[in-house]
Design a protein around this ligand. Structure first.
Ligand code: CA
Ligand code: CA
Ligand code: CA
Ligand code: CA
Length: 362
């Protein structure tokens, strides 16, 4: 009796990202040439100018017995792919490599093949596109939280909507940062990583710039609305009028929130070019400290990277992070490569060990 044809799931949603000049129609796999039994290649994300390894981030699952199937590795690819794994039931290989290990100009097609035990081969074509992520990272509803700078995500979940603003905070004072999502003036605050249970609060107007911080040092993060250079701070997770209004910097300054001096209270810093004007009290006035770090074009992150209770800056260039552990000018203390150039990242202490690490929204 022949074995039932195993189906491969996990190839369903090769993530196709619209880029400049990419027709919208190319962002979905052609429905008619999807053979039965092969689904899923999720998580492929290609950045403009990035070398594309078609097997990076791909997982394939065999719904015949539920085993996760390994694909060929990048090393095998380099050694003269296509190679085929001797898997007990199915082998999956990429047979047509047009965009492989190349800079993808716009979009293209890759072909995957699956062969089951009796030698039958089925193919699946998938269109891929290229995202221009230099302006704004592609947002997603999938979050990958990591407690280290290593490649392993400790929490993976789907949460919120694609365009929702994500706000990281310790909303209940348990020292664990979680990710709230904003929809207009509604903020959905989860009970834990990936938890469906949530509180919804309403604050500000839909177009407001909203920041989060622990403005009173009680260990609980709350919200603030920015209007120009006025910051309307609220010390409880609730709607209603602000508890305090602080004016700082100029209306067009980039602003960052952090506990720069380790006193438990978050305050503001504004950035002009690569100059960071840091203030340690929630009052109007001039900066307590000015530090020059990185380049004007860098993306800036705030975190307590070394667990000393003080938050400092890191700058990001593509997927390289230059971390500084003091509010000071000078070279980075650590340099780490993490994730991909198109990733949207968030910073938080996901495990309450005092160290901030990254989460990828991909
Ligand atoms: Ca607070
Ligand atoms: Ca402080
Ligand atoms: Ca620190
Ligand atoms: Ca941590």
């Amino acid at each position: 009796m022949p074995l039932p044809r195993p189906a491969i799931v996990g190839l369903t949603s090769l993530l196709v990202v619209a880029g400049a000049g990419l027709p919208a129609a190319a962002s979905s796999a052609p429905p008619d040439n999807e053979p039965p039994g092969i689904f899923g290649l999720d998580g492929i994300l290609i950045c403009a100018g990035e070398r594309f390894d078609p097997l990076s981030g791909v997982s394939v699952f065999d719904d015949y017995d539920g085993w996760d199937l390994p694909l060929v590795t990048a090393e095998e690819w380099d050694a003269g792919f296509p190679g085929v794994h001797d898997e007990p039931e199915i082998t999956v290989s990429l047979t047509t490599p047009p965009p492989a290990r190349q800079t993808v100009a716009n979009f293209g097609r890759v072909r995957y093949a699956a062969r089951d035990l009796d030698g039958a081969v089925t193919h699946a074509d998938r269109w891929i596109g290229v995202e221009n992520c230099t302006d704004r990272p592609q947002l997603s509803t999938r979050f990958f939280l990591s407690n280290t700078w290593g490649p392993t995500a400790t929490h993976t979940f789907i949460w919120g909507g694609y365009e929702d603003q994500a706000l990281v905070g310790d909303w209940d004072g348990d020292w664990i940062d979680t990710i709230a999502v904003r929809q207009g003036s509604a903020f959905h605050v989860p009970e834990g990583h990936g938890s469906e249970a949530k509180r919804t609060i309403y604050y500000g107007r839909p177009g407001d710039v909203v920041l989060r911080g622990d403005w009173d040092g009680d260990g609980v993060d709350t919200l603030a609305v920015r209007r120009g250079n006025a910051y309307h701070l609220k010390n409880t997770i609730a709607g209603g009028p602000a508890d305090k209004v602080v004016h700082y910097g100029k209306a067009d300054d980039a602003v960052y929130v952090g506990d720069w001096d380790g006193d438990g209270v978050d305050t503001l810093a504004v950035r002009r070019g690569n100059a960071y004007h840091v203030r340690n009290t929630l009052t109007s006035g001039v900066a307590d400290q000015v530090a020059y770090y990185g380049r004007a074009a860098d993306v800036t992150l705030v975190g307590d990277w070394d667990g000393d209770g003080r938050e400092t800056f890191a700058v990001r260039r593509s997927n390289t992070y230059y971390v500084k552990n003091a509010i000071a000018s000078g070279v980075a203390d650590t340099v780490s490569v993490y994730g991909r150039a198109c990733d949207a990242v968030l910073v938080g202490d996901w495990d309450a060990d005092g160290l901030d690490t990254l989460a990828v929204r991909r």
